[in-house]
Write a protein that binds this ligand. Structure first.
Ligand SMILES: C[S@@+](CC[C@H](N)C(=O)[O-])C[C@H]1O[C@@H](n2cnc3c(N)ncnc32)[C@H](O)[C@@H]1O
Ligand code: SF4
Ligand code: SF4
Length: 351
């Protein structure tokens, strides 16, 4: 997660992590102690703790070409092997939370569900995010899966607007699949939570309540994560003119107003809604592993080879990589009032 979330949502995540760990053994207590050290070190340029969160990219293959996403600009696609996934998990023994998602549709990796099961066996709270424009066979696998949470991406409840953002996407198919997921979850008796991840743009900003209405009507959505359409330079360079007009002007000032609205809507609908915004937290909590096995400070940094952030096949101890000099330079950049490390240029989470 790039930015900050409010205290109420943080507490909810803590409870979810604890329930995945319960009952804790000595190793689990050690992992919890490390996570608290991570949180306490958030204003430090050097860390002695190890990451408790990882985002691991299952694949860069995708079935859609969303207007706002860098995925359609990729020229080569990669899929993470199960062995590489195990190598990454073994190199990160302090993990408490895992996001199996990257720049692609995670369900296109045939080993995704084995990965979720292995992470659950290690008592790691594991979630993913999908476009849900998927065949029934995959909905069936999702419904039987060991994920703790499955999130569905959607920007609008209007079919035309949805397809404007999600080129090749079909809202009717998403809705049909969401109901199927609900029925199958009931019949399999699985326990994952279902959420929505959605973008705030100039067009969607006044329709936040519609997403809550949709979520309530679905009878399965329990939480909604909002993020601003990113204005990081590397993304901006790939936006078309119409999408650039969708960027929220003055997002920092807007954030506090949105948080107020989300609190009221959460109460009204009984669904947790929260905004991810604020100073970058990645460097003190998490690590990103891409589908080729390269690691980076976050999912927004795409220059994996230069500087060399690390690779799961070369480094057994990813936590040591995380404490390395190049990573400390990024920490320093985020904490200073400057433009940050060159890899972070133009990032909206440089507060
Ligand atoms: C890259 S997608 C990968 C997972 C899956 N394919 C999906 O669409 O949910 C993960 C999340 O990143 C978000 N995302 C992609 N491009 C973005 C951008 N330019 N600004 C903010 N969020 C973005 C998507 O909306 C989605 O919720
Ligand atoms: S479905 Fe997800 S990964 Fe694919 S283009 Fe859309 S946002 Fe990007
Ligand atoms: S680009 Fe830099 S500041 Fe932005 S989220 Fe990534 S690590 Fe944090």
């Amino acid at each position: 997660m790039e930015g900050a979330i409010d205290l109420r949502t943080r507490l909810k995540y803590l409870l979810m992590i604890l329930s995945a760990l319960w009952p804790p053994n000595r190793h689990d207590l050690w992992r919890l102690g490390n996570a608290f050290r991570c949180i306490l070190s958030q204003s430090k340029e050097k860390v002695s703790s190890k990451p408790f969160y990882a985002q691991i990219e299952p694949t860069t293959a995708c079935n859609l070409s969303c207007r706002f996403c860098l995925n359609p600009t990729l020229t080569v696609r990669h899929t993470l092997s199960y062995d590489d996934f195990l190598q990454a998990l073994n190199g990160l023994p302090t993990l408490l939370m895992l996001n199996l998602q990257g720049l692609g549709e995670p369900t296109l990796n045939k080993d995704l569900f084995r990965m979720a099961s292995e992470a659950r066996r290690r008592k790691i709270y594991t979630f993913t995010v999908t476009n849900l424009n998927l065949p029934e066979l995959i909905i069936d696998k999702l419904a039987q899966s060991d994920f703790s949470a499955i999130n569905i991406s959607m920007e609008s409840i209007d079919p035309d607007q949805y397809s404007w953002y999600r080129v090749g996407g079909d809202l009717a198919l998403l809705e049909q699949n969401l109901q199927m997921l609900k029925e199958k979850r009931e019949s399999y008796g699985t326990d994952f939570v279902v959420g929505i991840w959605t973008l705030i743009t100039e067009d969607t900003i006044d329709k936040v309540h519609e997403i809550f209405q949709f979520a309530k009507g679905s009878g399965i959505i329990e939480r909604i994560q909002f993020v601003f359409l990113t204005d990081k330079k590397s993304h901006l360079d790939n936006y078309d003119g119409d999408l650039r007009k969708q960027l929220v002007v003055n997002r920092r000032a807007t954030a506090s107003d949105i948080r107020k609205r989300l609190r009221a809507l959460s109460k009204e609908f009984g669904i947790l809604g929260y905004l991810v915004e604020g100073r970058c937290r990645w460097l003190w909590t998490g690590i990103f592993v891409n589908a080729e096995g390269y690691v980076a400070p976050c999912c927004n940094i795409k220059n994996y080879r230069e500087p060399a952030w690390g690779n799961i096949r070369l480094e057994e101890n990813l936590a040591e990589v995380w404490q390395g000099n190049e990573w400390n330079m990024v920490r320093k950049g985020i904490l200073s009032e400057s433009d940050g490390h060159p890899s972070c240029t133009g990032c909206p989470y440089l507060y």
